[in-house]
Design a protein around this ligand. Sequence first.
Ligand code: GRF
Length: 201
Amino acid sequence: MGRLKMAIFASHGGSNLQSIIDGCKIGVINGEVSVVISNNGNSISLGRAQKENIPYYHMSNKVFGDEDKLDDAMVDILEQHSVNLIVLAGYMKILGHKVLRKYKGRILNIHPALLPKYGGKGMYGRYVHEAVLKGGEKVTGVTIHLVDEEYDSGAIINQCQVKVEENDTVETLASRVLGREHTFYVETLKMISEGQIKLWS
Ligand code: GRF
């Protein structure tokens, strides 16, 4: 599949972003993080990019005026940095139509549960783990899927399981799943970069 030139989109802490940057640096992923984009100007992820000398942009409709202009500006930035894969990592916004169309089949997201269960609108952050515990699940996990115009509904690319312990709280479960996300995103991107998972030819 060749060398990945990734745009990482993140809204908050960016711990997944960091693990992907590290995965590229140590050569596990054949690729690089070419650009980091956040809709949140205060996102820690932008600071992480700055520290690593990766170009970064705060892009929101507040900055660009409206959704359409934002969509155009995103396509421009992605082209400028020759991006061939968009990786959403805790990105809390739906992408614009132009970005979705241009990068169709090349946009990934990570979700902290075993989709199709515990996904959809409103299922993010602690709400996911709360629902998993309430549902009495013995096993949860991590899903990496393609992104389309709905929340959490694109084709599943890779999944792994994480055990739910009997005495788990939302916090302990969230932290175990997040830890697994870090290794699993890197493992999956490695497989994509080596062609074991084929997103394009
Ligand atoms: C992760 O749990 C991810 O599954 C979800 O948002 C969280 C992002 O965490 N989509 P971080 O910003 O990478 O630390």
